[in-house]
Design a protein around this ligand. Structure first.
Ligand code: NAD
Ligand code: ZN
Length: 355
């Protein structure tokens, strides 16, 4: 697959990506090489990366724990200290081998150590490949508030190797599919049609879905790197999605839902809001709902929880002076930014989701 040019770095694919990675490590002045990985990616993905690296340098592995609660200043501090102990200087290079947690955290550690050292993302989750690893947003959480501290800081390269997906748990895989659906619904109807044609064993279509999603994310970020305007399209389904995600985080452990499942529900709600405000076809709304509920399942959004969802929505970090502006669609693949939405319409959309 043809490499994709981002601002000042390349996104490479498969074996060619490893050839470029090896070249960069061997030919540029790199004092020390580090890999940040979590427990799972160390077990499942590092053996493959090790096999693909043909370099004459020692690699230091920095392992972090699993999950969102690792994206903290404490983990950063541990990594900064370890990196300094291991003599990381400004010519060091970090390889982030993992999903969005590793790339967000590892990218932020790279952005801040010695005022910025180089890093490369090697995403191992579908969500990482099509979203988190691309676009230069790095960061950590502040208590329960997601991604409150961070930096826009680009990697030196991105390596996309879909072979890593073989060991990804199905639920995590679906989480990534939700972001692909986001691009299809808000930005590219052809991509949406391709998603509908995709079946689980169809690896050729999956590669196409990943490639097109990366192209879209990259195109949007190139046009609006700091989210002044266009980049907001990437939040389609996310305003209510985040509220639903937070609602379930506050519930019991066994009720846990993934980011993708929450965003998928958020996209059904966004489609219905689009039909209320922008005349988006109700027939298409029903088709989207049917597709999403078949693939991601139905989340239990109880009537007594509606007001909690509305409250959480107001705390959305993207809310401007208390008012959340939605990304809605006029047609599949055609978005409209900054749409103001009333509470009654949101309740109608929630009722629709539940029917
Ligand atoms: N920076 C951005 O632009 C951006 C965009 C979207 C999401 N994000 C962030 O991404 C994070 C979520 O990322 P994620 O969904 O990739 O989660 P994740 O990194 O936690 O990975 C999900 C799970 O899969 C495991 N795993 C990863 N690769 C594996 C593999 N190949 N085989 C087996 N197990 C594997 C991980 O250990 C983890 O348990 C969130 O913190 C979110 O805020 C950032
Ligand atoms: Zn998302």
């Amino acid at each position: 697959m043809k490499s994709i040019l981002a601002k000042d770095y390349q996104i490479h694919f498969s074996d060619y990506a490893y050839a470029e990675l090896n070249k960069m490590i061997e030919n540029t002045a790199i004092s020390k090489l580090f890999i940040i990985a979590d427990k799972n990616t160390l077990a499942f993905c590092y053996p493959r990366l090790k096999e693909k690296l043909s370099i004459n340098k020692t690699v230091e592995i920095l392992e972090i724990g699993i999950g969102e609660n690792q994206k903290t200043i404490e983990t950063c501090e541990q990594l900064w200290i370890k990196l300094c102990d291991l003599q990381a200087d400004r010519s060091a290079l970090i390889l982030n081998l993992g999903g969005g947690i590793v790339s967000d955290l590892g990218g932020f550690v790279a952005a801040t150590l010695k005022r910025g050292i180089r890093f490369i993302n090697i995403p191992t989750t579908l969500l990482g490949m099509v979203d988190a690893a691309i676009g230069g947003k790095t960061g950590i959480n502040l208590g329960a508030l997601k991604n409150q501290v961070g930096a826009f800081y680009n990697p030196s390269m991105i390596v996309i190797d879909t072979a890593y997906l073989k060991t990804l748990p199905p639920r995590e895989f679906r989480s990534g599919m939700s972001e692909i659906l986001k691009y299809g619904l808000s930005y590219d109807e052809n991509l949406y049609q391709l998603i509908k044609a995709y079946t689980e064993t169809d690896f050729v279509t999956l590669e196409k879905l990943i490639y097109r999603s990366i192209e879209i994310k990259n195109e949007v970020v190139l046009k609006d790197p700091q989210e002044q305007n266009l980049r907001k399209v990437l939040n389609f389904g996310h305003s209510l999605g985040h509220a639903i995600e937070s609602l379930f985080l506050s519930k019991l452990e066994e009720n846990h839902i993934t980011h993708g499942e929450a965003v998928a529900a958020g996209m059904v709600l966004a489609a219905h809001l689009s039909s209320q405000y922008l005349g988006f076809s109700l027939e298409k709304t029903a088709e989207i709902k049917c597709h999403i509920q078949k693939y991601f399942g139905q989340i239990e959004l109880l009537k007594p929880d509606y007001h909690l969802i509305l409250n959480l929505l107001k705390h959305d970090k993207k809310a401007e002076s208390g008012c959340v502006k939605f990304v809605l669609i006029t047609q599949i693949g055609r978005f409209k930014l900054n749409c103001e939405v009333g509470e009654t319409a949101i309740i109608k959309a929630l009722d629709y989701y539940n029917t």
